[in-house]
Each structure stands twice: as C-alpha cells, then as structure tokens.
Write a protein that binds this ligand. Structure first.
Ligand SMILES: [Zn+2]
Length: 478
C-alpha cells in the first residue's frame, strides 16, 4: 500500500472540502424595493466593519460541549470580552472524576483571542489538567497546547478540592476551533478510518454490538487471505483500548494497523492474525469521560475472570464475550494487549506465558528487538518483563468491584491472562508523545518488535488444530 494512501487513511493529509454556497438571491426572487434597500444597507455595514478589522466577540452560543468531542455537563458563562468561565462536570457515577475539557467553537472565532478559566469542584482522582491538550482548526491537524496556569485549593466550607486552570489563545485565524485531551480521536474519525482500512483484502470488520448510546462496537481483524500458512498456525494478537480518554493509545494502534497493512508488514501480516479494538467505550470521546462507559463502569476494572456475564457492564460484557469466542475458535489468541497512557513514551510491561517462552526463547529477546527499532527509546521505553505474571484477581468479579472507587475489578491484561493463561501486555505511556505522528510511530515500533519476537508460526503442538508439519511451508527467515 502506498505511503500516500496510508497517510490518507489517518486523515493527516485529508483535503478540506468546500461546500458550495447557495446563491444569496435567485432569479425568481421578488423582493420589494424596500427589502432590497435594507439588504443593501446591511451589506454596506458588513463591508465597513470588515474593512475596519472588526469582528464580533465570541458568545456563549458559539461554544459546543457535545459530541463528537465534548465534555458532558460542562457549563459556560461569559466573564468579559472573549473571556469565559467553564465549569466541568464529572463521569457517570463518579462525582470526583472530572470530564476532560473538550469543546468546539462552531463559528466567529476568526480574529478573536480567547481567555478561558476552567474549574472543577470535588476532584478525588484523575485531574483534568494531567498530560496535555491539543487544539485544531479542523479536528484533524492538532497542535499541543499547555494551560497558562493551574492551581488547586480546598474550599474551607466544604473541604472539597477545587482545581482551576487558565487557557489562553491569541487571535484565531479561522472561525472554527477544536479543543481536546491528548491528541483527540472522535468516534466518527475511528469509524472513518475503519471504513478505509476495510478496503484492504486482509481486513475484516466485526461489529459485535452497539454501545449504550448506539455506537458501533468494532473489532478489526487483520488476516492475510494470501498467506501460505494455515490460519490455525498463525500467532494471534489482540489489542484493545479500555479508557476512552486515552486517545494516544488509539493512535498507537493506528500505527500498528498501518504497519500491518503496508508492503513492509507483509511477512508479519502473513504469519499472524491481529485483532484491534480502538475503542471499547466509543461513547466516551463525545462526552469527555476519561475511564468509563455510560454506566460509570471503569472500563479497565471490568474484566470478569470467572467468565463474561451481563452485569459486568454493557460494553465490557460484549467485548469479553467476543474475546471468549475467539479463544474458543481454532485460532485462539496468543497475546492480549491492554492499551493505555500515562506520562512519558509508550511504556509496555509484558508477562510471557510459559508456552510462548518454550517456543520463542526468553522475553529478553523482545527487549532487544524493541531497542533495534527505537535505539534511543524516544518512542517506546525499554520493555519491562513481569516474570510473575501481571496482577489478576482469583476471586469471581462482581459489579460492585468497580463502584464507587473504581479501584478493584479485573483489568484487561491480568484478567485474560488469569482466565486463559495467555501472554499479556499492559502498554501504558505515550502521554508525552505530543503529536499524532509520534504515537503512530510508537505503534510501528511495537508491532515490528512483537511480530519479530513471535517469529515463524505457532509450533504444531501449540496450535489449536494440529496440522501435519509436512503440509506447512517453512516461514521465511525462521
Ligand atoms: Zn488507562
């Protein structure tokens, strides 16, 4: 696949489309002389104002806090010319978890500067000023921007923590503006990319259900139809993002997908089957939820080690049931990746199963491979090996586990490892990779190292359906 097409798939080089405006007056208009005079005087005033460089200041109505990139429950009030106070609301069922500051200016931004004071009262965890934010004129090309200042106080009358931040922009050059957490990805952009990837013959899109707000729950599968290796003998990797506010982990997966679909990724694509869930909580980006779904379930405290059951949460149940279906198929998953973000470069910790170590050698080989693809570790930190296996719960999980503090319940790395004994990777970090391109590049590093550590194809004994060794071609380079 050409570089231009791949770039187009991420929307980086997407051309802006112009809507053709309707004519102001049709030939059949029958305006009265008075109306025409009034129209002419309006135009005259508008031209004079434009000549004088005047632009109407921003109003409360120009801001939108709803989907596709919003902050549910946020309120805005005007405090001066182009100055506003925004009070953030919180995630469902979690009064102490602020929704991210995300908004769009729908009109009138051109020529106006902006000063915004942002406030959240009652924070208990997950500050809205953590990591970084980005802004954009088109929702596609983003620039990181810091808050001008932040402070935290305690309200003496209530004892509640009050966090305040100042956001400042000099005069905008265009009328529409987007603002969001990390490098934002909307649900709509995710669907658009999936539609483009779907054109590749190796891609199958599974819609496994709908979110509580009716958005598609999508798992993308990459399996090369022209591979010389039987599907049952290919390594199978499953990557999923749980927390809807951790956009950089989604861009990391975009990098993995693009590599696998590129000419360069052909060998990896033929020896493996890769599943990607870019958003387990697709309702999140539109509402600014950092960790939850509509029910307030912390999406990474939602795994039910004893087996999927409906009360574990709507989307977690559907995705775990789907994963259990893959595990029961003739192509069960070899590695499960739980994709997250925290400060720094991408930061993976892997717990390799004894079966994989027996087949591939020690996981230190994977550490070396990562170094090969990112020698300075600017994109991906040195791989950490968890020889004891990642944390998991041995008792059955209950819905109460993720409420109200969200501190317990099964995670999507330790959970599948405990349930199936497979290799699991918790990939954090990436929240200091400030651009879409860097996050995409970190994904390329990870998928290359992973698919080289998982060399060749599954040994016959490890494959679910044992295939006669004579009928299996020897993989290149193994
Ligand atoms: Zn997370």
């Amino acid at each position: 696949m050409t570089r231009a097409l791949m770039s187009d798939m991420t929307g980086i080089s997407r051309e802006r489309r112009c809507l053709r405006g309707k004519p102001l007056m049709s030939a059949h208009s029958s305006l009265s002389r008075k109306e025409m005079e009034r129209t002419a005087s309006f135009i005259l005033v508008a031209v004079c104002l434009a000549c004088a460089g005047y632009c109407a200041p921003l109003q409360v109505e120009d801001f939108d806090f709803g989907p596709p990139l919003g902050s549910e429950g946020a309120t805005i009030e005007k405090t001066g010319e182009n100055q506003f106070l925004v009070t953030l609301s919180h995630a469902p069922e979690h009064p102490g978890w602020a929704n991210h500051l995300q908004f769009r200016i729908l009109r009138n931004a051109k020529g106006n500067p902006l000063k915004m004071t942002v406030r959240f009262v009652g924070e208990t965890q997950y500050s809205f000023v953590s990591n970084f934010h980005s802004w954009s004129y088109d929702g596609v090309n983003w620039q990181p921007t810091p808050f001008a200042s932040t402070k935290t106080e305690t309200d003496p009358s209530t004892g509640q923590k009050v966090r305040t931040a100042q956001l400042e922009f000099s005069a905008f050059e265009k009328d529409t503006v987007w603002f969001g957490f990390q490098v934002p990805m909307t649900y709509e952009q995710m669907v658009e990319m999936v539609e483009r990837w779907k054109r590749h013959p190796a891609v199958t899109v599974h819609e496994i259900g709908r979110s509580l707000e009716g958005r598609k729950l999508i798992r993308l599968e990459i399996a090369d139809p022209d591979s010389p290796y039987p599907k049952e003998r290919r390594w199978v990797h499953y990557f999923a993002n749980q927390h809807p506010g951790e956009y950089n982990s989604m861009w990391r997966m975009v990098g993995m997908i693009e590599f696998l679909l590129s000419d360069e990724g052909k060998d990896a694509r033929q020896r493996s089957i890769c599943h990607f869930v870019l958003m387990q909580s697709p309702d999140g980006p539109g509402h600014g939820w950092h960790r939850t779904n509509r029910q307030g379930i912390d999406m990474n405290r939602s795994y039910a080690v004893a087996g999927a059951f409906p009360e574990q949460g709507h989307e977690p149940y559907l995705f775990q049931k789907d994963l259990e279906g893959i595990m029961a198929s003739s192509c069960p998953v070899t590695t499960v990746w739980s994709m997250h973000t925290w400060p720094g470069a991408a930061d993976p910790t892997i717990a390799v199963s004894p079966a994989d170590i027996a087949a591939l050698g020690p996981p230190e080989k994977c550490v070396e491979l990562l170094k090969k693809f990112d020698p300075d570790h600017k994109l991906v930190k040195p791989l950490k090996i968890d020889s004891r296996a990642l944390r998991w719960r041995t008792r059955p999980w209950t819905p109460a586990d993720s409420k109200p503090d969200g501190k317990s319940g099964g995670t999507w790395d330790g959970g599948p490892r405990a349930q199936f004994g497979v290799t699991a990777c918790l990939c954090e970090g990436g929240a200091d990779l400030l651009t879409k391109e860097e996050n995409i590049a970190s994904g390329r590093v990870l998928i290359q190292a992973l698919t080289q550590y998982y060399e060749g194809i599954k040994p016959a004994a490890q494959a679910a359906e044992k295939t006669s060794a004579e009928t299996v071609p020897r993989p290149a380079g193994s």
